[in-house]
Design a protein around this ligand. Structure first.
Ligand code: ADP
Ligand code: MG
Length: 347
């Protein structure tokens, strides 16, 4: 018998535990690596303006379903989710690379559609497609995008800069993308059991649009710059507010208090959540894929933050000992877990 090999299931560690496990022993060797693993993007300094780099992969069946994802939207979204990570560093995206793995199920025309979406994003966000890689896959479509951007060194914003007393803010509104996905999933189930039925998308163009065609908040980075404002910390909201607040607090070694009543949720999202018998705040905390920005601002910057369009102040950064808490509309306090928080649970 050979020597016994240990086998640990990756689920034991979870996504973030796994990344930590695989990467925590790696120390960057180059002074040009200002920031390596652990933020929304890495920061490289070769003299002049630093470069920020981020990469994300989208997999068929995991991140998107070809049943209800038009290829053009998919191309657009695969670029946007990467640009969002550049924004989270308070940087402006400039270039992307795109790598794809395709099965023989995809025709040239289908891939042209995918690239139409990619080029639309390039035009809308003023970024250049500068390379990539093309491979075949046995099953399913894989799209991997790397985005590069730049910012003045002193304006680059990390997850680690939040301090007790800072105000906690988000751009836009939350939860809509998850509810858009619920509508698409519901219609897919109905269609699968009865292919004759036309999908009923309930004219929910906002919710479905947030899922299929999200936008990166480069406009907010420009607004910050124009207002002379630099957040103390920032992260993009890809996995849901709860997970991102936890990341930000962990990296900044602080706690936070989020007020349920201040979390921005659009009326359409509130109503659709109730239709699905979901709690709207749970959709905002755990839904994900909103691609808004969560950031903190020093108290002295409060007057500037108030002048910025579409910003909600949702709470405050607290000392670490106070933990990461949600204050409900009924004035109750609950710890926020990475899975979010649900009414009726943990009370
Ligand atoms: P985001 O949600 O902003 O895309 P992730 O949670 O995917 O960020 O990643 C967190 C950090 O871990 C990032 O710095 C990312 O580059 C890094 N990372 C993720 N997966 C790996 C990996 N397999 N090897 C090295 N670094 C990784
Ligand atoms: Mg991110």
């Amino acid at each position: 018998m050979g020597k016994e090999t240990k086998r640990t299931d990756v689920n034991e560690l979870g996504e973030f535990g796994l990344i930590d496990h695989l990467t925590s022993s790696h120390q960057p060797m180059h002074p040009s690596t200002l920031k390596g693993i652990g933020d929304d993007a890495a920061v490289l300094d070769y003299g002049g303006k630093p470069i920020v780099v981020s990469t994300d992969m989208l997999l068929e069946g995991i991140h998107f379903d070809m049943m209800y994802t038009p290829l053009k939207h998919l191309g657009y979204k695969s670029v946007v989710v990467n640009l969002s990570d550049i924004c989270a560093m308070n940087a402006i995206p400039r270039q992307i690379t795109v790598s794809i793995a395709i099965s023989n199920r995809f025709s040239v025309e289908a891939l042209e559609e995918l690239y139409e979406g990619i080029y639309t994003a390039c035009r809308n966000y003023n970024v250049d497609l500068i390379g990539g890689d093309t491979n075949s896959s046995k099953k399913g479509l894989v799209i991997s995008v790397t985005a590069l951007g730049t910012a003045d060194k002193q304006k680059i914003t990390y997850r680690s800069g939040a301090r007790p007393g800072d105000i906690l803010c988000v751009t836009g509104d939350l939860g809509a993308s998850y509810l858009g996905l619920q509508i698409l999933e519901r219609e897919k189930q109905i269609w699968q059991s009865n292919p004759g039925v036309q999908p009923d998308l309930e004219k929910q163009t906002y919710l479905i649009g947030r899922q299929l065609k999200p936008e990166a908040r480069t406009d907010m980075i420009v607004a910050f710059e124009n207002a002379g404002f630099t957040p103390t910390s920032m992260i993009d909201i890809s996995d849901g507010l709860a997970s991102e607040v936890k990341h930000l607090c962990k990296e900044s070694k602080v706690g936070a208090l989020v007020e349920e009543g201040l979390v921005p949720i659009k009326d359409e999202a509130q109503l659709m959540a109730l239709k699905f018998k979901l709690d709207p705040i749970t959709c905002a905390l755990s839904g994900g894929e909103d691609y808004e920005l969560l950031f903190t601002a020093a108290e002295k910057d409060l007057p500037i933050v108030r002048t910025l369009p579409g910003i909600s102040i949702i709470g405050e950064i607290k000392p670490r000992e106070e933990g990461v808490q949600l204050k409900t509309v009924n004035e109750k306090f609950h710890p926020i877990t990475a899975q979010g928080w649900q009414h009726g649970k943990g009370e």
